[in-house]
Design a protein around this ligand. Structure first.
Ligand SMILES: CC(C)(COP(=O)(O)OP(=O)(O)OC[C@H]1O[C@@H](n2cnc3c(N)ncnc32)[C@H](O)[C@@H]1OP(=O)(O)O)[C@@H](O)C(=O)NCCC(=O)NCCS
Length: 332
């Protein structure tokens, strides 16, 4: 009998309406449109305004609505919901439960998965293993963040980078040689010093002091993170390409996490893969953490063809990183 693979059969996405421009950021920190474009590659990003009174599950609900406008499926047939996020609506209950309720996927079980910017590729791996085990046939993978709530608008090291977005993928079982073929994932706990948000967890629960010390915002040593991101993503992509006996010509698309255009260009250059095969939309949407890779797939869906070899790669806090090799399953 042929091996069962998990294949993506539909993609949905959602970006909030508010466009935060470099010019607007320059009104509250000492930066400029030119600096942000040159050093990060972002022209504008989307932000969920706090006045809207909603959180990340609102973005997820909208992304699922988008998926349903293109793909006919019964929400009651979904057996599992995996929601990759670092910015759940609440600590309790988990956001996967709220999404199940709001979107009618009430026959599923679901949980949130925390792996920062690598959340989407981690979630794909979990969904893939569930499906290839034979026990589950339809799994909804959702990945997104409202990073604007963790962003210190007084910190020019981080505030031009982060944004809000969400993407979803429906995964189904297939016995064809397509879908998720392989993945290599890593975790290594040494990012605490260089990329963290220290407040609000069990070590530093929220207090007047944590608020006064701005501990509820992400802080980073950008240079250290930059170097690790380039090396780790380039190495793991090279490894998965070789392990699956692909040539660089066989690879149709590389879909990197969108953290900095210079990181993406450096990874492509180390892999010797031309930039026209690399999905880049950081200029429009910034870094929405777990949301960036599904948002690229959403943006490029109409250009992808059944059988395309696709390499997804991410790097994030933890550190967490890895690569997934999949064969695209449909023509949009
Ligand atoms: C944060 C990051 C954009 C900074 O870019 P950089 O080129 O490394 O810049 P540096 O930190 O070396 O700073 C260079 C200069 O620009 C200044 N600078 C930093 N941020 C600035 C900003 N937003 N606007 C203007 N100047 C800025 C610095 O103060 C420094 O000035 P100095 O030379 O007078 O000291 C970059 O390191 C980065 O993207 N790192 C990865 C971060 C990341 O991806 N995090 C999420 C992980 S998934």
């Amino acid at each position: 009998m042929n091996k069962v693979h998990a294949v993506i059969t539909g993609i949905g996405g959602y970006i909030p309406e508010y466009v935060l421009t470099n010019e607007e950021i320059s009104t509250y920190v000492d930066t400029s449109n030119e600096w942000i474009l040159q050093r990060i590659g972002i022209k504008e990003r989307r932000i969920l305004k706090p006045e809207e009174g909603v959180g990340v599950t609102y973005l997820a609900e909208k992304a699922i609505e988008d998926l349903r406008s293109k793909k006919d499926f019964d929400p009651l047939e979904i057996e599992a919901i995996i929601f990759a996020t670092s910015t759940p609506d609440y600590i309790l209950p988990n956001s996967a439960s709220l999404i199940a309720y709001k979107t009618g996927m009430t026959n599923a079980f679901g949980f949130d998965l925390s792996a920062a910017c690598s959340g989407y590729i981690y979630a794909l791996e979990v969904a893939s293993v569930y499906i290839s085990s034979g026990k589950y046939k339809k799994v909804m993978v959702i990945a997104g963040d409202v990073l604007s709530v963790l962003t210190d608008t007084l910190d020019r090291n981080t505030c031009p980078i982060f944004s809000d977005a969400c993407g979803v993928a429906l995964l189904e079982a297939t016995t064809e040689e397509e879908g998720i073929i392989d993945s290599i994932l890593h975790v290594d706990g040494n990012s605490l010093e260089y990329l963290h948000m220290l407040g609000g967890g069990s070590v530093h629960p929220a207090s007047h002091e944590t608020v006064d010390q701005r501990m509820h915002f992400i802080q980073q040593d950008g240079k250290v993170v930059f170097k690790r991101a380039v090396t780790s993503m380039a190495e793991v992509c090279e490894e998965i390409i070789q392990k699956n006996h692909l040539t660089k010509d066989d690879v149709k698309w590389v879909v990197p996490h969108q953290a900095n255009l210079r990181i993406i260009e450096a990874v492509a250059s180390r892999l010797d893969i031309p930039l026209d095969k690399v999905m880049v939309n950081i200029d429009k949407y910034g870094n929405s953490s777990a949301g960036t890779i599904p948002l690229c797939l959403w943006d490029w869906e109409k250009h992808m063809r059944k059988g395309d070899n696709v390499i997804l790669t991410a790097f994030g806090a933890g550190y967490t990183w890895g690569a997934v090799y999949l064969k695209w399953g449909y023509n949009a």
